[in-house]
Write a protein that binds this ligand. Structure first.
Ligand code: HSE
Length: 377
């Protein structure tokens, strides 16, 4: 019998318990023995639940229990989540997480600690929710140089934009619906200002290019300035408005990485990605574009990726997965000032227009007075 623990009983944490419960037989068969959730860490009172006796509020109970070999960190944030992850790894327990903020900001350090303690730190659920993405990128596309990554990486904003495009729903109402459905982060600022997508493109870049991309340095713009007028104008011109996270490798080895709303031709596969769905296109120099599509947020979809990582940790308890990246010494991030694109521009009182290709620096100068200005993918 394998014993595991779950740190946090929010949306994803309760989903992790549910997946273990719902698929117990399948999971036991896959890892060769039954898996029991021995503890759930949460400060709140969940004694009314059928598994209420598993709750503990003191992390050291889990830390000091040698029976627990794998831990799911689904608390979020970088405070207690960081401390408990570090202590779990140092106690010889593998940690699997959906916490993109922690992976994006301190993943390099936590991966080193995991290596020193010969355990796993896995985070498939941190990007794309339930979509198998990081492992296929690192394993199945391993023979490629990654040339470009572009994707819809945030379910909440894609849901909001879809409501605006299809139903003419105002931004605030669509946000409320997304929160009611459990898609949005606790503080929706992280979704609507693009920070969540920024953490995800940073993690993808860390893995694809082998060095840390600090999310605080990656240029990031959300969807709060997009109006129904721009959605209508884009539609008329044959485009959909989408929030895109993008990383482009240049010939000098540097990388443009950023998050911003883009206009996407309606025939482009990313244009038809709707609601809470995410889609990520990875362009390998041998494969060309490969596209990953699925639910990027939501309780069970995200939990399924966390549990799969836990199963992988159990299966590889003898030989850990070799995942790592540098701590930013290579300074790979390149200023997007020199990135060239076509642009959508709308001046006050005028219709939106498509402008010819020019660099970001030129566009910023030329369209400084515009009501709105978005890159075209
Ligand atoms: N708030 C995130 C989203 C959750 O909407 O995509 C999944 O990371």
């Amino acid at each position: 019998m394998i014993k595991v623990a779950i740190l946090g009983h929010g949306t994803v944490g309760s989903g992790v318990y549910e997946v273990f419960d719902m698929n117990a037989a399948k999971i036991a068969e896959a890892v060769g023995q039954p898996v029991e959730v021995k503890y759930v860490l949460d400060l709140r009172d969940f004694s009314h639940l059928p598994y209420g006796d598993k709750f503990v509020s003191d992390f050291s109970v889990i830390e000091n229990d040698p029976e627990v070999t794998v831990v799911a960190e689904v608390m979020g944030g970088t405070g207690a989540a960081y401390e408990f992850t570090k202590r779990s790894l140092m106690a010889g327990k593998s940690v699997c997480t959906s916490n993109k903020e922690l992976v994006a900001t301190r993943g390099d350090e936590l991966l080193k600690i995991a290596e020193e303690n010969n355990v796993n730190y896995l985070f498939e659920a941190s990007v794309g929710g339930g979509i198998p993405l990081l492992r296929p990128m690192m394993q199945c596309l391993a023979a490629n140089e990654i040339v470009e990554i572009r994707g819809i990486l945030n379910g909440t904003t894609n849901y909001i934009l879809t409501q605006m495009i299809q139903n003419g729903v105002a931004f605030e109402d669509a946000l409320k619906q997304a929160q009611a459905n459990g898609y949005a982060e606790k503080d929706p600022t992280a979704d609507i200002e693009g920070h969540d997508a920024c953490r995800k493109i940073s993690i993808l870049s860390d893995l694809a290019f082998g060095d840390k991309f600090n999310p605080d340095e990656v240029p990031c713009e959300g969807i709060t300035k997009i109006t129904l007028e721009d959605i209508k104008q884009a539609e008329k011109l044959g485009y959909a408005v989408k929030l895109i996270g993008r990383a482009v490798k240049c010939d000098d080895g540097k990388v443009y990485a950023y998050v911003a709303p883009h206009l996407i031709d309606k025939h482009h596969p990313l244009a038809s990605v709707e609601d809470v769905f995410n889609a990520i296109m990875i362009d390998g120099n041998a494969t060309g574009d490969v596209m990953f599509y699925g639910k990027g947020a939501g309780k069970l979809a995200t939990a399924s990726a966390v549990v799969a990582d836990m199963m992988d940790s159990i299966a590889h308890s003898e030989k850990r997965r070799d995942v790592s990246w540098g701590s930013g010494e290579k300074h790979l991030l390149k200023s997007i000032d020199t990135l060239s694109s076509k642009w959508y521009v709308r001046m006050q009182g005028e219709e939106g227009k498509i402008m010819p290709e020019m660099t970001t620096a030129e566009a910023n100068k030329q369209f400084a007075q515009a009501e709105s200005c978005m890159r075209i993918l």
